[in-house]
Structure formats: C-alpha cells, structure tokens
Design a protein around this ligand. Structure first.
Ligand code: NAP
Length: 300
C-alpha cells in the first residue's frame, strides 16, 4: 500500500503511523515540518518529507512531489494544532484555520484524483465541533471561511483572550467535518469509488496538542491527565485512538463511507451524526467554495 499522512510525528498520528507503516510496506509517506522528530524506528521505515502546513507554498511543493509518483491507496489528514493567542500562517491567515483546515483542504483537492480505485481519505476532526456535546470547549459561531481566515473581518469574533483560541480550534474541526462531507459529495459523480470520512479521536490526553497553551496546561494534558483521568466511553489514549485511525484506513468495515463521521467510543468506533451546522449542505458548499478562493483554486 502507498499512504500519505500528516501529523505522524506525535500523539495519535504517531501511534497510527506505527500500524500503517507495516501495511504500507515501506511506502508510508509522512509530511512533517520537522521530519527529524520521528522516532528512529519509525523514521527508518517511512518516507518522511518536509511539509509545513502553515505555508501553502510548502503544501503545494509537497503535493506536487507526491503527484509525480505512483498513485496512493489512502490520504490521512491528521495534523492539528491549538493556539492560545492570535497567530498567523505564512500566507497571512489565522494560524489554526490555516493549518487545521486550509492546508488539508488544499492537500485533499490536489491529491484526491491521485488516489487509486477504492482508496480512502480520512480527515481527523473532533467532537468539540458539536455544541450539542457540551464538551466544555467554546463551540463554533459559524463556518464562514473568509471571516475565519481574517478574524478582523469577523463580525462574530470571540474577543475574549480566555476562549478565542479554543473556539478557533473547535471551528477548524467543524471545517474538517464539513470538508469531508462536501468532498464526498463532489466526488460522487466522477469518483464514487473513493471512501471519505471524518474521525473524532475522543478526548485523548497524553498528546502534545495543548503545548501552545500556558506552560502548565500543556504539561498537565501530556503527563498528568493520562494518569488521573478515568477511562470512559469518550476518553481515549493515543494508542487506542491511533489504532482506530489506522482501522479507518485499512479495515473493510469503512470502505463504504461517503463523508461519514466516526467517533471513538471506548475501544471501538461509532458512526455518528455530526453537528447541525456540519449537516447543512449549503454551508458545506459555501465553505468549500470560499476555501477554494483562499487557496487560489477554482471551486471544482
Ligand atoms: N488529543 C485530543 O484530545 C484530540 C481530540 C480530538 C481531536 N484531536 C485531533 O487529533 C489530531 C492529532 O492531535 P494530537 O492530539 O495527536 O496532537 P499532537 O500530539 O500535538 O500532534 C499533532 C501533529 O500535528 C503536527 N503539526 C502541527 N502543526 C503542523 C504544521 N504546521 N505542519 C506540519 N505538521 C504540523 C505535529 O507536528 P510537530 O511534531 O512538528 O509539532 C504533530 O505531528 C489533531 O488533528 C487534533 O485536532 C485530538
């Protein structure tokens, strides 16, 4: 198998990559901003290449390299970050939106046609996109791509330093779910063979996701919560969520997914309805078209 993956240097993605490298038979291509971060055992078994998702130039260069090579069996768009203070990508977009959504949107747009018959695209999202789950993370106000890319234009901008960063994160994860749905709809006529899915790993302490927050928070999320949090249906470990992410790529159970949303529930995956806004087809299509404009592509 030939698989391209982002976010394999740490956390959930690292655990998934340990499983996927065997299946990929030496052709697990890992896009990473610091390929040297991969543990030695994995680094020698994968094809690690430079990819900084905070730069659309880097995304295009990475995808162009992949396009010059053999077609793929799967594309796994797992990387993500949380920011505690306003930051911008190299292209001037709000950083969380740029890395978590726009860069992955562009990768999916550039590489979907390069996936073999019956192949798969998986986008890692999160349950925090859904206000109904009352996760404690401030939920999205909307999925207006231009306002998310340029918060100074956002009439509904969260101006609180306490909540703005996490709301931007939840909103970027909403964009992942909506992109999976709209991608599946766009592919339905030309590539109905491709499986597309969004993945919610569940609350997974023990990763480095909280590293850009106030120092103790990142350390507590990485080192303390895994020890003190009781295992429950909505609480996972990097190993468990990584295993289930690899299942979405490999197991025949998920080959029929067409924009479906799967959430970790204990040791298994459960197909769920995403949030009300994520199920709004017109909003998904608008996010798609506006994202195309932002990355300089035609809408379809
Ligand atoms: N942990 C949770 O509770 C949880 C819950 C729901 C969803 N998720 C989602 O799960 C995914 C993995 O998160 P995690 O918890 O495993 O976090 P993590 O340990 O911080 O891993 C994040 C990965 O994304 C990569 N990444 C970040 N910014 C990048 C950039 N500019 N260019 C290239 N790669 C970049 C990181 O690379 P570096 O090593 O270079 O930083 C790392 O490989 C994310 O999409 C996250 O939103 C996590």
């Amino acid at each position: 198998m030939r698989i391209v993956m982002t976010g394999a240097t740490a956390g959930i993605g690292l655990e998934a990559a340990k499983r996927l490298r065997g299946e990929a038979d030496g052709t697990l291509v890992v896009g990473a901003r610091t390929p040297a971060k991969l543990p030695a055992a994995l680094a020698s078994a994968v094809d690690a290449r430079l990819l900084d998702l905070a730069s659309l130039t880097s995304v295009r260069a990475f995808a162009s390299g992949v396009l010059r090579e053999a077609p793929l069996d799967a594309l796994v768009l797992n990387a993500g970050l949380q920011c505690s203070s306003p930051r911008h990508s190299q292209d001037g977009f709000e950083l969380t939106f740029a890395v978590n959504h726009l860069a992955h949107y562009l990768l999916a747009r550039m590489l979907a046609a390069h996936i073999k018959l019956g192949g798969r695209i998986v986008l890692t999202a999160s349950g925090v996109h859904d206000p109904a789950l009352a996760s404690g993370v401030p939920p999205p106000h909307h999925a207006n791509a231009k306002a998310l890319a340029f918060p100074e234009l956002d009439q509904d901008l969260d101006k609180s330093a306490m909540t703005a960063g996490m709301r931007a994160y939840a909103t970027s994860k909403l964009c992942n779910v909506m992109t999976a749905r709209e991608l599946a709809r766009c592919l339905a006529s030309d590539r109905p063979d491709l499986a597309v899915m969004a993945f919610d790993p569940g609350l997974t302490p023990g990763t480095r996701l909280a590293r850009h927050h106030f120092e103790p928070i990142g350390a507590i999320f990485k080192h303390v919560l895994p020890l003190v949090m009781r295992k429950g249906p909505g609480v996972s470990t990097p190993e468990n969520s990584g295993r289930l992410l690899a299942d979405l790529v490999l197991s025949p159970d998920y080959g029929a997914a067409r924009g479906d949303y799967f959430a970790v529930r204990g040791e298994a995956l459960e197909r769920r309805d995403p949030s009300v806004l994520a199920r709004d087809d017109a909003a998904c299509a608008k996010l798609w078209d506006d994202s195309a404009e932002l990355v300089g592509l035609p809408a379809d």
